[in-house]
Ligand binder design. Sequence first.
Ligand code: 13P
Ligand code: SF4
Length: 365
Amino acid sequence: MISTALPIQDYALLDDEECDARIIAAKARLGTRCVVLGHHYQRDEVFKHADFSGDSLKLSRDAAKSDAEYIVFCGVHFMAEVADILSRPEQIAILPDLAAGCSMADMANLAKVQKCWDELARIINVETELTPITYINSAADLKAFCGKHDGIVCTSSNARKILEWSFSKRSKVLFFPDQHLGRNTGYSMGIPLEEMLVWDFNKPMGGLTEAQIKNAKIILWKGFCSVHQVFRPEQIDNFLQRFPETKVISHPEASFEVCQRSDYIGSTEFILRTVREAEANTRWLVATELNLVNRLHEECKSQGKNVHFMSPALCMCSTMFRTDPQHLAWVLENLAEGHVINQISVPVEDARLAKKALDNMLTIN
Ligand code: 13P
Ligand code: SF4
């Protein structure tokens, strides 16, 4: 008898323990046909089921080299799109909750980026002078835009190398959607703040003058991460007054002022590695998502390390949080029964061009 897919309503009221057992059983039934990838910001109840965890760069590599028929991505929408683009055509990328987006990725869209490109083309020769770089936190059609214009994708762990690659080809960069990653990375390479200007996509010509555009090295899209913007420099100052021995470590999506006061800046994977490898009995103030910081605190406390979340307001990524054990159990049990739920499938032409921009990135690292 042919079964029909089970609806999410059948799972909504299951408690986490029951989901846990059912996820384990479904994974066992699927065996090597399915791989579960988990971003560091996932909540514990989901994260523990990941076969591979990592930052955006590591997970895109894991997706590209996986042989599994199904890639279940416990992360957000753009990550599952990258898994679909980089995997073979017969592999299927799945996002347990389709509502798990990224508010920063949503701050740029193709129509506005194309408008920006066309407006810049009135002042500079965009084809010979400007490289578009999209942060991996962006929709597939923006990666395709970069592929079409000899541009590239970057992640928080390779942004510097990607900027260096871009400047070896052309004199200017259009960087979207995260202004902070662009600014923090450019500044660490010695580019002065006056040469990194924000493009306000709601204003004609981005709110910039012709002279400003001609003088700019990096044009920064006016996007940001709502999670990382809660961190403020005064939180660091207050903490250091109480515990002056503290090392401060921040994700580059945090503001320039926070990153300038930090001892270390890097991706989620970098943050984990740096704190794990640090000497015992050290104290850390961390500016990134709460689930990661809590897990790191638990993991490191046996070494006498104190790991603190930077903001007094506890702030997790609400879209990452949408992936709960109920949705994971739902997609896995349906897969085990032969029903594909929540497949992420990028249109062919977008996927081809986006892959160009992703491959440019992956060959650099
Ligand atoms: P990384 O894990 O690549 O550092 O990025 C963090 C992030 O913003 C995920 O949305
Ligand atoms: Fe997007 Fe920020 Fe959440 Fe990362 S932490 S997924 S950038 S909203």
